[in-house]
Structure formats: structure tokens, C-alpha cells
Design a protein around this ligand. Structure first.
Ligand code: ZN
Length: 294
């Protein structure tokens, strides 16, 4: 096996790292062995230039996990040179660009993990693909999140506001989301939805940005229209017709059940109200009074 090709496939661009052997175990795991050795330019602990000051101090066994190759987990058992500094008497380990310090999951896995986080798949699925734990993928997501800063200087003219069911980490049972009404792009997702917190959040936007908002589309929630009086002075609230129809349907169904319960369960009326509830939702002009179809 040409081991430089292995490095190429695993995305290892470190001349000091040599892969010497590799085999696929009975468990389907590809186990590679290699070593990492070089002459340090300086001591990372005290900063002294290596002028015969740093000596080799044995080896340490470490592992690096890579993303799956042809559905096989790849683990590199890497022997690393250990060094001793005669100046500060500190010891340190050889480092490589293939993996961050004190970590076992390769940088290529991290990159792949971030790319996959853009796809609509579960954290568990990604964790399996890159041979890492769920919590590792979660941490990568949190780190990436910090790079997505809110632009406090702009808000679109039309905003859609709604609620979504929260994750475990959110404080409330429901989270608040809002998006651009024209492009349907998500602007932000907040782990709360109380009026005080929302006001505080929206006040962080420039006044010009808030004044730019002309229409807020929302459900029949009583909280969001209050925002119009305070943070969005030029906006009007439009209720999404989906939510109105939904509310009407629910109210109608409640009434139907109330009427139904006035009859005994064995009666014809009870049965009709229970079995043919869909017919009651059909507009009169669409009903067929002559023929009965199931
Ligand atoms: Zn030193």
C-alpha cells in the first residue's frame, strides 16, 4: 500500500506524519498505524529557540478518528514524539495539523460535520457518518452558531412570526421564530416568546430597521400585535388566514362534540354526528342532496 495515497484520501497535509501500515479488522474498522516526528523550532512552553535545548523524550501513543471511508470507521494509531525542554524543564507532545491539540477527532471530520449540519438530517446521523458522538456534533453546531451574528441594522418590510416547539435547551416550551415574508428566509429563532423578552430583543435593532417593518403576519396569538404598538411603529398586523380557518374548525368541532354528547351513544344521531363529521365541514352548495356516497 502506498501510504502517501492514504494520507491524500484522509486529507492529511502534514509532511511529518507518516502512515506505515494499515489493515481492516474483523469488526470492519480500518486501523492505520503511523508516527509523527520532527525537530521543534522552539519550546511552546517557554518560547526559547531550539538551539540544542530541546531533546527527544520518548514516544506517546495517541489516536485520531477520521470520517468513514466506504462505510468503514478509520482510526489512526499515531505514535507521537515527546519532547523535553532543558531550559524550562517542561515536556510537550508533537502536534499536527491533522487534529487539534488534545483532541482525537480529525480536522477533516470537523469540516465534514459542519457541511452536513446544513442538511436536513439528525445529529445522530451525522455523528455516525463522521464516526463521532452526538455531543461532539452538537458542540460543533454551537460553535458554528457563534459565527452567525444577527444584523441589528436591518429588518425586512414584511415579517412572519410564529412559534415552534422548543428543544430541551430552551427555557420555554415554545420558541419564537420570525422570517422574511417575501423570501421566506429565517431571520432568527429565539428560545423564548414572552412579550417582555421579545420587546427587549427587538429594541436591539436600530430604530430605522424597526420603522422599516410595514406588515407583520402572525397567528391569532395576542402577544405579537402588542409589539406593533411599541417596537414597530409603522407596522400593521395581518392574521394568517390559515390560522383563522384552523381556529374556526376547532371551535366548530368542539360544538359538534358538545351536541353529540346530548344523545345516547347507541342513538342514530350520535352515530351520525360522530361518523360523518367531515360532511358538516363541506359548504352547503357542494353538498349532494340526491345521492349518498361513502
Ligand atoms: Zn521550554
Amino acid at each position: 500500500m502506498c501510504h502517501d495515497t492514504t494520507k491524500l484520501l484522509l486529507g492529511i497535509a502534514d509532511e511529518n506524519l507518516k502512515i506505515t501500515d494499515g489493515e481492516t479488522g474483523e469488526d470492519g474498522v480500518i486501523r492505520l498505524t503511523g508516527h509523527l516526528d520532527y525537530t521543534p523550532k522552539a519550546c511552546p512552553k517557554c518560547g526559547i529557540i531550539n538551539d540544542q535545548k530541546i531533546i527527544n523524550y520518548g514516544w506517546r501513543n495517541t489516536t485520531i478518528r477520521f470520517s468513514k471511508v466506504l462505510s468503514n470507521t478509520v482510526i489512526l494509531a499515531l505514535k507521537r514524539r515527546y519532547f523535553h525542554c532543558k531550559e524550562c524543564h517542561g515536556n510537550f507532545l508533537a502536534q499536527t495539523v491533522a487534529v487539534p491539540k488534545h483532541c482525537t477527532i480529525s480536522n477533516t471530520s470537523r469540516k465534514e460535520c459542519l457541511e452536513k449540519l446544513g442538511e436536513p438530517v439528525s445529529l445522530k446521523h451525522i455523528a455516525n457518518e463522521v464516526s463521532a458522538s452526538d455531543s461532539f456534533v452538537g458542540r460543533q453546531l454551537m460553535r458554528a452558531e457563534r459565527d452567525f451574528q444577527t444584523n441589528w441594522h436591518y429588518l425586512p418590510e414584511i415579517i412572519l412570526m410564529d412559534e415552534v416547539k422548543s428543544t430541551k435547551s430552551a427555557t420555554g416550551a415554545m420558541s419564537f421564530e420570525f422570517m422574511n415574508g417575501e423570501t421566506h428566509e429565517l431571520i432568527d429563532l429565539l428560545p423564548y416568546r414572552t412579550i417582555n423578552k421579545l420587546e427587549k430583543y427587538f429594541y436591539r435593532f436600530d430604530q430605522a430597521a424597526r420603522e422599516n417593518v410595514k406588515i407583520i403576519v402572525t397567528d391569532m396569538n395576542y402577544t405579537y400585535p402588542k409589539l406593533v404598538q411599541t417596537v414597530f411603529p409603522n407596522a400593521m398586523v395581518v392574521m394568517d388566514k390559515f390560522h383563522i380557518i384552523n381556529a374556526l374548525n376547532r371551535a366548530f368541532n368542539k360544538t359538534r362534540i358538545k351536541v353529540m354528547k346530548k344523545f345516547t351513544p347507541s342513538s342514530r344521531e350520535f352515530h351520525a354526528l360522530k361518523r360523518y363529521w367531515k360532511l358538516l365541514l363541506v359548504p352547503t352548495e357542494q353538498l349532494n342532496f340526491e345521492q349518498f356516497k361513502k
